[in-house]
Design a protein. Structure first.
Lengths: 299, 537, 316
């Protein structure tokens, strides 16, 4: 993609200001994004996602409390104006812990999706493009990966390489690879047979050029949607694994661990596990909503 | 006398946008055949849906009255409209391939219509199904009733749909674009059959079509629609001989069936070598192995042809005739099983893709579906210059200069270079595709059904453009088409294919005026509009 | 047909073998020191043992043999139904599985039924409704369904229905009523997936030309949806049911942990926590087998639902 953009960029600069001028990529992106931003649902979803990203990169901007500062006097306070999400069993501010937990959760989701994209795109493009035996072998391999339930595969990997945020992220990422490989392959196969690809080939374009300029850009859409969806799924999966106790060691907290800790106080202080969970739901739902909006506009 | 359908000043509007039908009035009497002619966007389909009471939720009747069989549908309840459907109005939908439920047996689908008409399940329903299938001309109706739609050919499915429309004994049948999806000869037989059935029973027929030829052959009265308005109506003779409205005149001029035959062009100098020649080319495909069956399929047999510079050769045939295979072999996309392909005095039969590549500068293709032929992410500029970039011929300002020249060649403004395919109409897309094919200054263009996806008036413009380019640049064309009427006005030489074999070959004059083969005669007879056109001559 | 059947079963076995091999590879070859993991799982410290004891332990766990020999021993054992000894519980893994499996099967079975009912019902309703605001709201519901983490949903249900209303027990695995909350929890994500796919599928089917044909016969909206829309729209669900088996198993791990039910999922969680490698390998293999089996069944049943698919080669 990067190369493509540079290519386009170069052409834009060389275009002389004659009768017409090429619209730049930025102009076109804003032209598609602006009407979307006018939809309140989409803007709200974007806001939630941006909030969680900011929380992941610079959590201290969003909260003045120390996530690890205990205060036994304030333990298990219900949500109020000072402690928006209440406090936990050690009197730590829950909202702050959620904000600071973002960095582990969001970054591990990035790692997971990154692995999935790398592996899945690679396998999918190779499979769809090469065809024949290569395709058959890769697809059998993907079938095998698909037969291993995602969480169990992750559990096996965690058993082997140990607990912690990074192993969990790697495990989740490998679990999503087959889905990516399949979607990418299907898209490459679909685009490959379209008339304009044939036209490009007959116009003398090499396979490499056809792949980079025609097939990949046009196959990218559904894969990007899937990546957004899977980003949410990866957050859920890593949270699930840390809920089971295989994630970051305390006192560091991911969203999953926060929910897991709170379940011991479910009767007396339900907010300790339910509010961080609600935040998690909001983030994942926003990601799904964004993915779906993109999908609808592509059609 | 009360008309069966009486529409007065009807307007239909879509919620977000335009008025699809504007103050339209129309009467259809019992037993009458009326044709509504219009191009895409004329509102003819919306009108048909309104009569059926099947307008989508987004459409609304904003004014006027719509009387069908004494009931005003503009104020009818859903239940009243439903009672009319099937029993008073039957529909023969547009595309038989997708208009039958794929997961229900044919018999069940007809039975459903029968039972609805009778109001309840009755014992003789199976016998009635078989009788209906027989009436619409299906052999072995007992077997067919048990089959699923995918086991039937397109023609048979069309007949089944007619049976469904007839099942409720309606007083009006609406036939939506009955000529678009099937081969011409099949279509003609089915339409003849439908007309016979309809006139035997005194049913009114409302034909919705884009084809003035079909309308003039079949209808008692023709209505011409343009952008939701009725521009003209009258008997076919009257419309064809003395059109009152400019749009009707334009339609008649564009309809290939009524246009003048092309002048037999330049005598071919015997000294000139052909640019492309196929010598005894054949192609067989291997099929999956089934016991007791031949596992090869002969797509093409012993095809020889020669194309000379500046000349147009048309390959005509129905689906499965091998015309696409011939085209793919000529393009080097497919290797022939027998025979040789010569391009510019060079044997290219067994050239690899890499060795063929330099020759591609002289040999280009224009594809069938103009929307799919352009990369949706490429601007017109990117698309047009792509061959030049691929071959590394031009760069920078020279490339832009070339793009400007090419786009003016196909009569589009230079500002269009910036547009994306989705901002263009079908005809404009096809112009861009032609410009792209011209970029390398080829000696030969292969045209794969270049106008079959376009409206009639747009077809004429594209064909004019192609003719002009041939005159100016001396390009040779190979035109592949199922439509003899397009061929008649465009080609110099015609080659008729059927089931992979050459049926007849010769100059366009000879083929059309003195066809030697029975199949060719059948094809020519199936061209819509010939009734009136020949009578007029 | 029979030739297709043999081929398809062969393919299923191949996939199963591949799944087993990959899991073996992950569990036995990926860790730097399998022996010390196994020792600590059995409650011993590798550092505290003498060299001879270590060698003995190595032989005991079968780690002294060559890689291929180890692999084939395990594979042959698994084929005979012998998955070795659990390290932490000191019992044959096969016995553990036999003991825990019925719990999980009843939970997963009920969850699959509930998810199909809920998902299909929601999508059917969405397709039938014409009032746009409600239609749109219902169309957004599935994406909320799979945005909610299974474990959090479980906690919420416990909070409301067990602690709040007291209708169902919060935890445990005794009786039918203890099955209700876990099954609902487990069903929600799958139901959301079914609903979403079916909703889209209905959207596509409503635009099909044969729907217009059906309306033109005089059928009502309800009849068109039931007779012509539903079957065609529901075809994609069939393949999904097979694929959702994996998610159901994954979800079972979480649900059984939350509701403290003694099933396979809970066993998996405990085994991973103690790094009990043979148990993990056995559970992953059994789940993969379930996945492969269900997908095989779906594939074989497909022609029965969709007459266009036949497994005999056809000449077009």
């Amino acid at each position: 993609m990067n190369m493509l953009e540079q290519n386009l960029g170069r052409k834009t600069m060389s275009a002389s200001p004659g009768l017409w001028r090429r619209r730049s990529r930025l102009q076109r992106v804003t032209a598609t994004l602006l009407p979307l931003l006018r939809r309140p649902g989409f803007s709200l979803a974007l806001l939630v996602v941006v909030f969680s990203l900011v929380a992941a990169i610079a959590p201290h901007l969003l909260s003045s409390f120390d996530p690890y500062a205990t205060s036994p006097v304030d333990k298990l306070r219900a949500p109020n104006l000072i402690h928006w999400f209440g406090t936990d069993e050690l009197g730590r501010d829950l909202y702050t812990r959620v904000v600071f937990g973002s960095s582990l959760s969001v970054l591990s989701a990035f790692l997971a999706v990154g692995i999935a994209l790398l592996g899945g795109l690679g396998l999918g493009i190779l499979s769809g493009f090469a065809g024949g035996r290569v395709d058959a072998v890769i697809m059998r391999f993907v079938d095998v990966l698909l037969a291993l339930p995602g969480l169990l595969l992750a559990l096996a990997i965690v058993t082997a390489i140990g607990f912690g945020t990074v192993p969990v992220a790697i495990a989740v990422g490998i679990g999503i690879v087959p889905g990516f490989a399949r979607t990418t392959r299907a898209e490459v196969l679909r685009v490959k047979t379209l008339p304009y690809v044939e036209a490009a080939r007959l116009g003398g374009a090499s396979w490499g050029r056809t792949l980079l300029r025609h097939i990949l850009p046009n196959a990218w859409g559904p894969v990007a949607v899937l990546a957004t969806l899977d980003f949410g799924a990866a957050i859920l999966a890593t949270a699930g694994l840390s809920f089971l106790g295989f994630g970051a060691a305390p006192p560091a907290a991911e969203w999953g661990t926060l929910i897991a800790n709170g379940r011991h106080f479910l009767i007396t202080a339900p907010w300790v596990s339910l509010l961080p969970g609600l935040f998690l739901v909001a983030v994942v739902f926003s990601l799904n909503h964004i993915a779906r909006t993109f999908e609808e506009t592509q059609r | 006398m009360n008309a069966l359908v009486d529409i007065r000043q009807l307007s239909v509007r879509y919620r977000h946008g335009n008025t699809a039908v504007n103050r339209l009035s129309l009467r259809v009497a019992q037993g009458e055949t009326v044709a509504i002619v219009g191009e895409s966007g004329s509102g003819k389909s919306t009108l048909a849906n309104a009569i059926l009471g099947l307008l989508p939720d987004s459409a609304q009747i904003t004014a006027g009255q719509l009387w069908v069989d004494g009931q005003d549908l503009t104020h009818a309840s859903e239940r009243q409209k439903r009672a009319l459907r099937g029993r008073t109005i039957g529909l023969v939908p547009q595309d038989p391939m997708v208009s039958l439920n794929p997961t229900l047996r044919v018999g069940q689908q007809i039975a459903e219509a029968l039972i609805l008409a009778k109001g309840k399940r009755y014992p003789a329903v199976d016998a009635d199904i078989v009788e209906l299938l027989q009436q619409v001309g299906i052999d072995n109706p007992v077997l067919r009733a048990r089959q699923y739609p995918h086991e039937l050919s397109g023609g048979m499915r069309q007949r089944v749909l007619i049976a469904i429309a007839l099942a409720g004994n309606p007083r009006l049948i609406i036939a939506d674009e009955p000529t678009s999806a099937l081969d011409v000869t099949v279509q003609r037989k089915i339409l003849d059959h439908l007309q016979r059935l309809v006139s035997e029973r005194g049913i009114s027929l409302l034909i919705i079509t884009h084809d003035l030829g079909v309308a003039s052959d079949r209808a008692d009265r023709i209505l011409v629609m343009q952008q939701g308005e009725l521009v003209e109506q009258g008997a076919p003779r009257q419309i064809l001989d003395a059109p009152q409205h400019d749009y009707t005149r334009a339609l008649i001029a564009a309809a290939p069936a009524f246009a003048k035959r092309r002048e037999p062009l330049i005598h071919i100098d015997p000294m000139i070598e052909p640019i492309l020649s196929l010598k005894n080319v054949g192609k067989t495909f291997a099929l999956p192995k089934v016991k007791g069956e031949d596992n090869t399929f002969v797509a093409l047999e012993n095809l020889s042809l020669e194309v000379y510079p500046g000349q147009t050769l048309a390959i005509v045939g129905e689906s499965g005739s091998g015309k696409s295979t011939a085209l793919r072999i000529a393009l080097g996309l497919e290797k022939p099983s027998q025979g040789q392909v010569w391009f510019e005095q060079q044997d290219v039969t067994h050239l690899s893709w890499r060795d063929f590549r330099p020759l591609r500068q002289r040999l280009q293709l224009v594809q069938q579906n103009p929307f799919a032929a352009l990369d949706p992410r490429f601007t017109v500029f990117d698309s047009i210059v792509e061959p030049l970039v691929s071959f590394g011929l031009l760069k920078g300002p020279a490339l832009e200069q070339a793009a400007r020249e090419l786009i003016s060649r196909v009569h589009l403004p230079a500002s269009y270079l910036d547009r994306l395919p989705r901002e263009l109409s079908g005809g404009q897309c096809q112009r861009v595709a032609i410009a792209r094919a011209l970029a390398l200054k080829p000696g030969l263009l292969l045209l794969d059904e270049p106008v079959s996806a376009l409206d009639v008036s747009v077809q004429a413009h594209i064909l004019d453009l192609l003719e002009e380019l041939q005159r100016e640049m001396g390009i040779a064309y190979v035109l592949v088409s199922h439509d003899l009427s397009v061929v008649a006005n465009f080609a110099h030489e015609v080659l008729v294919l059927r089931n992979g074999k050459v049926v007849e070959q010769g100059s366009v004059e000879r083929i059309f005026n003195h066809p030697a083969n029975e199949y060719t005669r059948e094809l020519i007879a199936a061209i819509p509009g010939r009734h009136v056109a020949t009578r007029a001559a | 047909m029979s030739r297709y059947l043999i081929g398809r079963v062969g393919q299923a076995l191949l996939v199963l073998w591949g799944a087993y091999s990959i899991t073996y590879f992950i569990l036995y070859l990926l860790p730097g020191d399998t022996l010390s993991i196994m020792l600590s799982a059995s409650g011993m410290e590798a550092d505290s043992l003498s060299v001879e004891d270590l060698a003995k332990a190595r032989a005991y766990y079968g780690l002294d043999k060559g890689l291929f020999e180890q692999y084939f021993d395990l594979l042959l054992g698994a084929l005979r139904g012998d998955f070795g000894q659990s390290l932490s519980l000191n019992r044959p893994v096969a016995d553990l599985l036999a003991e825990r499996l019925p719990q999980t099967l009843s939970l997963a079975g009920l969850a699959i039924v509930l998810s199909l009912l809920g998902g299909i019902g929601l999508a059917y309703l969405t397709a039938y409704l014409r009032w746009q605001p409600l239609k749109k709201t219902l169309a957004r519901l599935p994406s909320l369904g799979f945005s909610v983490p299974v474990f959090w949903m479980g906690l919420l249900l416990i909070q409301v229905f067990a602690f709040g209303l007291g209708w169902f027990p919060a935890t445990g695995s005794k009786g039918v009523e203890s099955l209700v909350l876990p099954a609902i929890t487990l069903a929600i994500p799958s139901a959301a997936v079914y609903a979403q796919v079916l909703q889209r599928s209905f959207q596509g089917v409503w635009r099909e030309s044969y729907i217009a044909t059906a309306y033109a016969k005089g059928l009502s909206r309800g009849q068109v949806q039931a007779r012509h829309g539903f079957k065609n729209a529901a075809l994609p669900i069939l393949t999904l049911i097979g694929l959702q088996v994996g998610n159901t198993v994954s979800g079972a791990v979480l649900v059984e942990t939350i509701f403290a039910r003694s099933g396979i999922g809970r066993l998996a969680q405990e085994a991973v926590l103690r790094q009990d490698i043979p148990v993990v390998l056995a559970i992953v293999s059994v789940s993969a087998a379930a996945f492969v089996l269900v997908n095989l069944l779906v594939d074989l049943l497909y022609p029965w639902f969709d007459p266009r698919i036949t497994h005999t080669p056809k000449v077009s």
